[in-house]
Design a protein around this ligand. Sequence first.
Ligand code: FMN
Length: 196
Amino acid sequence: MADAHDPGRRILLTALAGLTLVNTPLLRAAPGPGNVQGNSPGLVAYFSRSGNTRVIAGVIQRSLGTDLFEIEPAAPYPEDYFQTVAQASAERERDIKPALKHSLADIAPYQTIYLGFPIWGTTVPPVVRSFLSQHDFTGKTLIPFITHGGYGAGDSEAVLARLAPDATREKPLVMECDQERRTTETVARWLEAIRS
Ligand SMILES: Cc1cc2nc3c(=O)[nH]c(=O)nc-3n(C[C@H](O)[C@H](O)[C@H](O)COP(=O)(O)O)c2cc1C
């Protein structure tokens, strides 16, 4: 029998996912190219814009041999960092839960869900709220992994408790990571200096 940790099996599952799993009960929509869905009782579900949270998601998924699901908005956020901040802030103020690009049709097979996201505006990003609202976490173990740019996890614990009230929540991994803002501003200053 194929080993769940065998990378060959995972690559095969990834390749097959787009072809054969689309109409199975597990998936409502086509999975993203990086998604892995097999028969693991564990799931890593994550959102990442600039890649920090994605790296952690990959480490957890490869270490534990879990399934993997990338939470993505149906309409991508702007490429520009500052436009994204403005849009995210407007969504937050109006409590908008954006549509997701892909759906995980059934969370039932998963007992443990590792949920990864960056802090946006001192809280849980709108798309992650969409994901939480679409699924019933009753009886599940939710293990968050959270990245931030230096200001901590904000009110994310309270938001998770509100949107997944019947899950058992484990202590999250909270990690400070690079900020797209700092990178953007540093490169902009450098470009200005070499142009003048
Ligand atoms: C729209 C937006 C809002 C952010 N708001 C915060 C914040 O309130 N506090 C903070 O510490 N970092 C904030 N950050 C920085 C990210 O949380 C941090 O860089 C994170 O590691 C990015 O993860 P990612 O690379 O997986 O997208 C924000 C980033 C973006 C894009």
